[in-house]
Design a binder for this molecule. Structure first.
Ligand code: NAP
Length: 305
């Protein structure tokens, strides 16, 4: 029974990366190189006084979708990632963002971002990688990543997930980094972080150890921070119909197996992230049903206003 469960986990893990793999292969055929020269790639955050959200990992599948929704809702965005900005050809590209290029594992760089571009209304951590250097498979990460992110040669889950998030939380805790007395910090964790058994393969367990370390740190942050932890399983979009290859088995699995959560749409997750920032009563771990509810509530409220 235990072996069957482990095999199932492995299969689901492979499925999780398969749609990105197909997308990435087709993207590589038409790829265009990004401007890697300047630190601030574009600076047009819009005129009037707006609320500013710091997005760590703004070039990612989740981060970029969140940014385009937030910009549509009149937020000002400061985005940080090594590529600097989303490809101009991407549907998620928007000029109204300050795109900062840099490595979030560099503590000095990160604290300069908080000092120079803060204070922020909220901070979103959507940095991540599926296959780290110690997995021996990091060369495949750009195929597994929904945005084609290419990890550094020595990038580990501990550095990329735990260390960057903890450094960001510490910076955010400093009163001058946050606009009001209590500011939301949104962390994108993973559904599997809620598992009470050891995951397999070994690198998946290390991925989850890093996620849980951030969750614990965030839940124990100072009173000036309101922790919000999203735990999605597979995140997908109708814009990539090939994702159904992974979504269908996940959706069926979730009906019969209590340790598998239903996949969530990236648009719903982005709506839920904004709702979590806007509604003061959203606190702690948010699973797929919370994501659905938050997204629906925000859409309803916006329709009425
Ligand atoms: N996609 C899913 O199905 C899924 C499911 C559950 C949980 N999650 C979690 O959701 C989060 C976002 O996932 P995603 O699908 O959006 O991944 P993604 O497309 O691979 O994006 C990862 C982001 O992290 C950034 N990044 C990586 N290393 C960095 C560094 N050293 N400094 C600065 N930025 C760095 C990447 O930007 P650059 O490459 O430009 O540096 C990119 O913006 C991750 O934490 C992931 O674990 C995803």
């Amino acid at each position: 029974m235990k072996m069957a469960k482990l095999h199932l986990i492995q299969i689901l893990f492979l499925l999780k990366s398969s749609d990105s793999f197909i997308t990435q292969l087709s993207r590589e055929c038409k790829s265009s190189s990004l401007d890697l020269e300047s630190t601030v790639v574009s600076n047009d955050p819009g005129g009037k006084e707006q609320k500013t959200i710091l997005v760590l990992g703004g070039t990612g599948f989740v981060g970029s979708r969140f940014i385009s929704l937030a910009v549509d809702s009149d937020y000002k965005i400061v985005s940080v990632s090594r590529r600097g900005r989303v490809d101009e050809k991407s549907p998620n590209y928007t000029k109204n963002v300050l795109w900062i290029r840099g490595d979030a594992t560099d503590n000095q760089f990160l604290s300069d971002v908080f000092k120079n571009y803060g204070p922020f209304t909220a901070c979103v951590h959507a940095i991540g990688l599926l296959l780290d250097a110690d997995s021996g498979l990091s060369g495949l990460n750009r195929y597994a990543s929904g945005s084609g992110s290419n990890p550094g040669e020595k990038a580990t889950y501990d550095q990329i997930t735990r260390a960057t998030a903890v450094a960001a939380i510490e910076n955010f805790e400093k009163s001058s980094s946050c606009v009001s007395k209590v500011c939301p910090f949104v962390f994108i964790s993973a559904a599997e972080a809620g598992w009470t058994f050891k995951a397999f393969p070994e690198f998946l367990e290390r991925y989850l150890v890093a996620k849980r370390a951030v969750e614990n740190r965030l839940l124990n942050s100072s009173k000036s921070v309101r922790p919000v932890i999203f735990r999605p399983s597979l995140i997908w979009t109708w814009k990539r119909p090939q994702a159904l290859l992974s979504v269908i088995p996940f959706a069926i699995g979730s009906k019969f197996l209590s340790f598998i959560d239903r996949p969530v749409l990236v648009d719903d997750l982005a709506q839920a992230m904004l709702a979590a920032i806007e509604y003061d009563d959203v606190y702690g771990v948010q699973r797929y049903f919370n994501i659905d509810k938050l997204a629906l509530n925000r859409q309803r409220i916006n329709k009425m206003s």
